[in-house]
Write a protein that binds this ligand. Structure first.
Ligand code: SIN
Length: 185
């Protein structure tokens, strides 16, 4: 059995594991939101950053990429790696992945995706805030994986390269650019 992994955040531009195929597409009934706090990658326990998670949203779609991992050995290595990298994401779901907006049946079923839920057990969950607040937090946060703003701008860039205009991401990136240029000028 091959394994497929769906990425909608940093996994889009950095898989970090060996894969045999990469496909651009979307999943249904979820929305990408900057609601997860990051104390291990893009922030610290003292000043958490924000990374994206998925919020259930009937009727919405979330664009991203699906990676195919074929061999048992590669799957083992990828899972071990992802369980550490995505350790602040408390849920793993198996979803349908589509590549064609007109298709009613999925291109791939059972694609694994990491989600940071709003459950109490997810101690790093931050939840909704205004665009201004989210942008401000991101501009000031930095963690072991680098500045939080790089995550935001990389996400915006790679989504646009895929032809996806994600309003939530673009609004926060726009606000973050203003804040950054205010600091510089
Ligand atoms: C993902 O990329 O799919 C999960 C969230 C992240 O690591 O940015």
């Amino acid at each position: 059995m091959v394994m497929w992994v769906f990425g909608y955040g940093s996994l889009i531009w950095k898989a970090g594991f060996d894969f045999d195929e990469r496909r651009v597409g979307f999943i249904k009934d979820y929305r990408r939101v900057f609601y997860q706090g990051s104390t291990d990658h893009r922030g610290t326990p003292e000043y958490p950053g924000r990374t994206v998670t998925l919020e259930p949203a009937p009727g919405h779609v979330c664009w991203g990429v699906a990676y195919k991992v074929s061999s048992k050995e590669d799957q083992q290595v990828a899972l071990t790696y992802l369980e550490v990298r995505e350790k602040q994401y408390d849920k793993k779901e198996y979803v349908d992945f589509y590549t064609d907006v007109n298709a009613s049946s999925p291109a791939i079923s059972g694609v694994m995706v990491y989600i940071a839920s709003s459950d109490k057990a997810n101690i790093n969950y931050l939840g909704p805030a205004s665009v201004e607040e989210i942008a401000k937090q991101i501009v000031h946060a930095e963690g072991p994986s680098g500045p939080n703003r790089d995550y935001l701008f990389n996400l915006e860039k790679t989504l646009l390269q895929m032809g996806c205009e994600d309003e939530h991401v673009m609004k926060i990136a726009e606000e973050a650019r203003k804040l950054v240029s205010d600091v510089v000028n």
